[in-house]
Design a protein around this ligand. Structure first.
Ligand code: 8OZ
Length: 370
């Protein structure tokens, strides 16, 4: 029987356990540059089998929130080098999550105050996070413009370039953010993609952009260092698909032969209920499609897991379980799960923005006496 605490090979990495720190946006990177405090935060969590970094913008255009990090400038790379070194020094492993927000942005956050880009000129009924005079707040996203098909190869190259930067900055691999209603998910889902060219309409066309990104990123850094995150039915950032089961069956069957390290699945509503009303979804079917194609990549599940539910998921075929909120409040989550210890409560007020408070000051368990 698989256990959370047994080692597993994932792509080129040997993980000491199956517990993954999920990507978590924390808005503590002023000017998109990772700070020494971020290095401390990630290093504190290095006992995870694998850490996935917070979502990291591949370009300025891909930026949609205040104080989220990027991976396209020298200072950003230098900041990340500090983070990856700190994690490795503590014996950990860390992937970088590559992110383009698409329409989930604001004029104030875009280069020269231009409109955010999207598959179609449809605003998302959602909010983004801006900081004014040190105070963060959520504001409605700006109306986007539809990308010209001629611009898409440039964004595919941006993903590829960011993947190269990630490896140069010392990351062990990259996770393409194909979830949560951001650019690639906006192309996948029928509610946000009304295009009539090769990138819209049929499932094959809506998945084209994501698959182009995946192929290029694999070519750049090696498939054994690439993961993908998907969220078939999340309502996050105002996306929905008319037939998610069919869409993601296709996506999985196309991605599997690429031979990537893992597929990371958000079950249900991101950070919310595992069942979304009116959007039933059979995740087992998706896993079977993955295995049926002969994919060797790990199957990583996420959303609201605790120890018992995680054990059940492993029994039912998952290889890895990603924990989000529990990892924010418990730097030594692996030890706490292993010893069945209690958890620190999560402080919601300090999730987004700010400094060390609610970030690096969650206590670890007392060291066990020898
Ligand atoms: C919370 C706040 C801002 C962004 C995601 C990158 O949902 C995010 C995100 C989460 O994937």
């Amino acid at each position: 029987m698989k256990s959370l605490f047994e080692p597993v090979q994932v792509g080129s990495l040997h993980l000491p356990n199956r517990i993954v720190m999920a990507p978590l946006t924390r808005n503590r990177a002023p000017d998109a540059i990772p700070t020494p405090l971020m290095a401390e935060y990630y290093a504190q969590r290095a006992s995870a089998g694998l850490i996935i970094s917070e979502a990291t913008a591949i370009t300025h255009q891909g930026q949609g929130y205040a104080d989220v990090p990027g991976l396209y400038g020298t200072e950003q790379l230098d900041g990340w080098k500090r983070v990856t070194r700190a994690v490795h020094e503590r014996g950990g492993r860390i992937y970088c999550q590559l992110w383009h927000v698409g329409r989930v942005s604001h004029l104030d956050l875009q280069p020269q105050g231009q409109k955010p880009v999207a598959p179609s000129a449809i605003a998302a009924k959602t909010k983004t996070y801006v900081i004014h005079q040190g105070k963060g707040s959520f504001v409605p996203t700006s109306e986007p413009r539809a990308l010209d098909a001629k611009e898409i190869p440039g964004i595919v190259r941006d993903f590829r370039h960011a993947a190269r930067n990630a490896i140069a900055a010392g990351f062990d691999g990259v996770e393409v953010h194909g979830a949560n209603g951001y650019l690639l998910d906006q192309f996948l889902k029928s509610s946000s993609n009304h295009r009539t060219d090769d990138y819209g309409g049929s499932i094959e066309n809506r998945a084209r952009f994501l698959l182009e990104v995946m192929r290029e990123v694999c070519e750049e850094v090696g498939r054994e260092r690439v993961g993908l995150r998907l969220s078939p039915v999340t309502p996050a950032n105002d996306v929905a698909d008319e037939d998610p089961q069919k869409l993601f069956d296709y996506v999985v069957r196309q991605v599997a032969p690429l031979g990537i390290a893992y597929l990371h699945l958000i079950e249900g509503a991101t950070g919310g209920p595992r069942e979304v009303e009116g959007r039933p979804f059979d995740y087992d079917k998706m896993l079977h499609a993955w295995r049926a194609t002969g994919a060797k990549g790990a199957w990583m599940v996420n959303n609201g897991y605790d120890r018992a539910l995680a054990g059940k998921a492993l029994e039912q075929g998952a290889d890895l379980v990603a924990f989000g909120r529990l990892f924010i409040a418990n730097p030594d989550l692996v030890q706490r799960l292993r010893t069945n210890a209690g958890f620190n409560p999560l402080v919601k007020e300090t999730l987004y923005g700010g400094g060390a408070e609610g970030y690096t000051d969650y206590p670890a368990l007392q060291a066990q006496p020898a």
